[in-house]
Design a protein around this ligand. Structure first.
Ligand code: PXP
Length: 259
């Protein structure tokens, strides 16, 4: 079953709307963990539009699960990551004007910078993931430069407007996950996943971790963060294959039926 990593950027977005202290993503992270999240994801953007350096610093000291830092490959943010030592960094492309991360990384085009940065992360004990579109080229390039993980971009699947389109995006994700595994890469996924569309993604056997933010934080406005996280965990757990019945229980039941 994939682990659920909750992306809490949008808690910080709300705080930054007033440049105030509430709601605090650090408190939100604790609630997510208490509700059963397996990890916390934050994106420290160059423009600091939501998550701040202070948040990442305190999260590193307080969270009990795993910290995944999404980041662009700039020297400034690399230095922050090496100082904080998250469990994993996920390298994403970043554009100032975008509302959220739009596309996957051009891995081959950034190969030189990645080849220089990846050993620095690995030396610090940080696992490296690359956010990629579900296509063979960036996956091959990620394997070549020895990333640990890829994170498959599920945005096209989430945004597909017809069942046929969604099925073909799902197939593309499943094939990409298999291909990545065959090249020795580990596989995460995320972007645009919600309570209705997460199940088929959670059923792709290679996927180890789902990074989900927006849908959980939106739902938390209505039902509270604790319940929103629990409901998402339930959706993901529904992907588990049904357990084979315990033969000893079967025998006992049969004996009872006979007597
Ligand atoms: N994974 C990556 C690499 C992302 O950039 C984001 C958005 O910050 C997510 C996952 C989570 O996407 P969403 O907020 O749509 O669940």
């Amino acid at each position: 079953m994939p682990r659920l990593h909750v992306n809490i950027d949008h808690v910080a977005t709300l705080r930054q709307a007033r440049r105030s202290e509430e709601p605090d993503p650090v408190s939100a992270a604790s609630i997510c963990e208490l509700a059963g999240a397996d990890g916390i994801t934050v994106h420290l953007r160059e423009d600091r539009r939501h998550i701040q350096d202070r948040d990442v610093l305190i999260l590193r000291k307080t969270i009990k699960t795993l910290l995944n830092l999404e980041m662009a490959l700039t020297e400034e943010i690399i230095e922050v990551a090496l100082n904080i030592v998250p469990n994993q960094v996920c390298i994403v492309p970043e554009k100032r004007q975008e509302l959220t991360t739009e596309g996957g990384l051009d891995v081959a085009g950034s190969a030189q910078a990645l080849e220089a940065a990846i050993p620095r992360f690995k030396e610090a004990g940080i696992e490296v993931s690359l956010f990629v579109d579900p296509m063979p080229e960036p996956i091959e390039a990620a394997a070549q430069i020895e990333a640990d993980f890829i994170e498959l971009h599920t945005g096209s699947y989430a945004n597909a407007s017809t069942p046929k389109g969604r099925k073909s995006e799902l197939d593309r994700l499943a094939t990409s996950a298999q291909y990545a595994e065959s090249l020795g890469l580990r596989v995460n996924a995320g972007h645009g996943l919600d309570y209705r569309n997460v199940l088929p993604i959670a059923q792709i056997p290679q996927i180890e971790e789902l990074n989900i933010g927006y849908s959980i934080i939106c739902r938390s406005v209505y039902v509270g963060l604790d319940q929103a996280v629990r409901e998402m965990q339930d959706r993901i757990l529904a992907a588990a294959p049904p357990e084979a019945p315990d033969p000893s229980t079967l025998t006992r039941t049969k004996k009872r039926e006979r007597s």
